[in-house]
Write a protein of this length. Sequence first.
Length: 119
Amino acid sequence: QSDLAASGGGLVHTGGSARLSCAVPGFTLADYAVGWFRQAPGLEREGIACISSSDDDTYYANSVKGRFTISADVARNTLTLQMNSLKPEDSGVYYCNRLTNRGTPVLPWGQGTQVTVSS
C-alpha cells in the first residue's frame, strides 16, 4: 500500500454533492498526471477523471462528465474531485493515483474513501 490517502467520502442523497481530497506525498503533482478511480461492489476499479497539472488538461469518463470536476492544488500537493448531481451508481470506494503516459495507475493503491449515494 502506498501513502496515497483519499478522504471526504460519506453518505450523500441523490442529487447531492461531495468533495474528495487526496494527499499525494512522495511526488510533486506539478510533475505528473494524476487521476481518480472508483470501485463499486462486485466491479473492477475504473478510472473516472484525470488531470495533467503541467497544462491543466483533463479527461473524464462519460459516466461523470459534466458532473465531476478534477483539480490539482500544486501548492498544497493535493488532488481534489468535486462531485455534483450524484447518482446511486456513483457509489463506491474512490482512490487516487499517479498515472503513466497511457493513463494507467503507477503506484500501489493507497487508502480509498467510501462514497454512498442513497436513492
